[in-house]
Design a protein around this ligand. Structure first.
Ligand code: ATP
Ligand code: MG
Length: 406
């Protein structure tokens, strides 16, 4: 492997962006080493003041006849600026040293890389010098040895204030690539391709994602594209669609649309118990009751303890009438001499529960509350499930529920 070094000798102070952005994004094989050295605050201010008064006198005395008058003026103003920032804005002065080594196993390519680096740096207002006769020191300074050799130090030393250090921040992600990911798009800054595997548990805490964009920017388009790709990978997807915009993609992908609303003819029965609904496949009914209480809590607006107890009793009775008890065996039936899990048609619907609730004085009030779900505006809840609930793509169309509160 061949190495060649560059020393940063000057940079454009007004540059406010990250100054190494260009080269970090360039994917050139290189090591970048940055040293910051904090200057003694008290001493710095004292030196600056001394310098300012000295040069100030010079400037007055010699006026414009001095040859280096422009340089003197410049450094005078500079010193004043630094002193002001340090005293008024509480900034600190640092010395900055930057070394870069490029490497390649081909010496011609290395020359090419060096040229390219120099060009890129120059375009971000950075001047560099090749580390001729000082390659070894620059190489060592770019190793993780914390070694800023005195032979190269002076040629790279630059003042920088705290606020300026920000622009030397060397970390920007140049590309995002998860091996098992799917294509998301291209990085605007360096055109690299981005592949993300949202379900990579080791890398991401969860698979959540949010898409922002102005109206018409392509958010929906992007999401539909993701649905298409996840479909190809066989990942389960549920879509809640308030705008009725996923109908077409659902049809094209043979998914299932489940419309919720008065005009709906697709139903899911909340009282259904499905074989795969619990993990350890034990205690189907008690598990279901827990969930149903949650459901009724939502639609009845906070049940009190008493309501909860009598409701639970009624639910148990309701399932009992369909021959479903706490014994899991009661959820299986024989059909064509085969043992199978009971089907949707064997399950009670809300009306059955309603009838149970009507029978007792104590539960009549709950029955009343349930009435809209049986024969009123919400009666689409009162049906046996008639959609293929095991499909891996299910779109819940809630268009008709918009601006309504239950
Ligand atoms: N990557 C793309 N390639 C081609 N056409 C695209 C692309 N992204 C979006 N479009 C088109 O741009 C238009 C607007 O996109 P889209 O409906 O996805 O925007 P939106 O961000 O969801 O808007 P709104 O906020 O109004 O819902 C659509 O006609 C869509 O087909
Ligand atoms: Mg949209």
């Amino acid at each position: 492997m061949y190495y060649a070094g560059l020393i940063l000798v000057d940079y454009y102070r007004e540059y406010s962006d990250i100054i190494f952005k260009n080269i970090i994004n360039s994917n050139i094989n290189m090591n970048l080493s940055i040293f910051y050295e904090k200057a003694d605050r008290f001493k710095t201010i004292r030196d600056l003041t001394y310098h300012i008064s000295n040069v100030g006198v010079d400037l007055d005395k010699y006026n414009s006849s001095r040859e280096d008058i422009d340089i003197a003026k410049f450094s005078y103003n500079d010193a004043k600026y630094i002193r002001r920032e340090m005293q008024l804005k509480n900034e600190d002065l640092y010395y900055l040293y930057v070394y870069i080594t490029a490497y390649s196993d081909n010496i011609k390519e290395l020359e090419y890389l060096l040229n390219k680096l120099e060009g890129l740096l120059e375009s971000s207002g950075i001047q560099t010098r090749r580390a001729n006769f000082r390659e070894e020191q620059v190489f060592l300074s770019c190793c993780p040895l914390y070694k800023n050799s005195f032979e190269i130090k002076d040629s790279s030393k630059k003042n920088i204030l705290t606020s300026g250090i920000i622009s030397t921040y060397p970390f920007i992600s140049s590309s995002i690539f998860d091996e098992s990911g799917i294509f998301f798009g291209t990085n605007m800054y360096n055109k690299s391709l981005i592949f993300i595997d949202r379900y990579d548990r080791e890398k991401y805490k969860n698979g959540n994602m949010v898409v922002f964009g102005t109206s018409g920017a392509g958010k929906s388009f992007f999401i539909k594209l993701q649905i298409l790709r996840y479909r190809l990978m066989g990942i389960e997807q549920y879509v809640i669609d308030p705008e009725r915009e996923y109908e077409k993609i659902c049809k094209n992908l043979n998914g299932v649309i489940f419309k919720i609303g008065p005009s709906s003819d697709t139903y899911i029965n909340v009282l259904d118990i499905r074989e795969e609904s619990i993990e350890e496949s034990k205690g189907y009914l008690s598990n279901k009751i827990q969930r149903l209480i949650g459901f009724f809590n939502l639609i009845f607006n906070n049940l009190n303890e008493e309501d909860r107890a009598i409701l639970e009793e009624s639910i148990i009775e309701c399932y009992k009438r369909k021959n479903i008890t706490f014994d899991d065996e009661s959820l299986y039936k024989r059909k064509n001499k085969k043992r199978m899990f009971k089907e949707s048609i064997d399950m009670p619907i809300l009306e059955d529960l309603y009838n149970v609730l009507l029978e007792k004085e104590a539960t009549k009030i709950l029955a009343l509350k349930l009435k809209p779900f049986i024969s009123g505006s919400l009666k689409y809840f009162n049906n046996h499930t008639n959609i293929e609930i095991n499909n891996k793509l299910i779109i819940a169309d809630i268009y008709e529920l918009r601006r309504r509160k239950y």
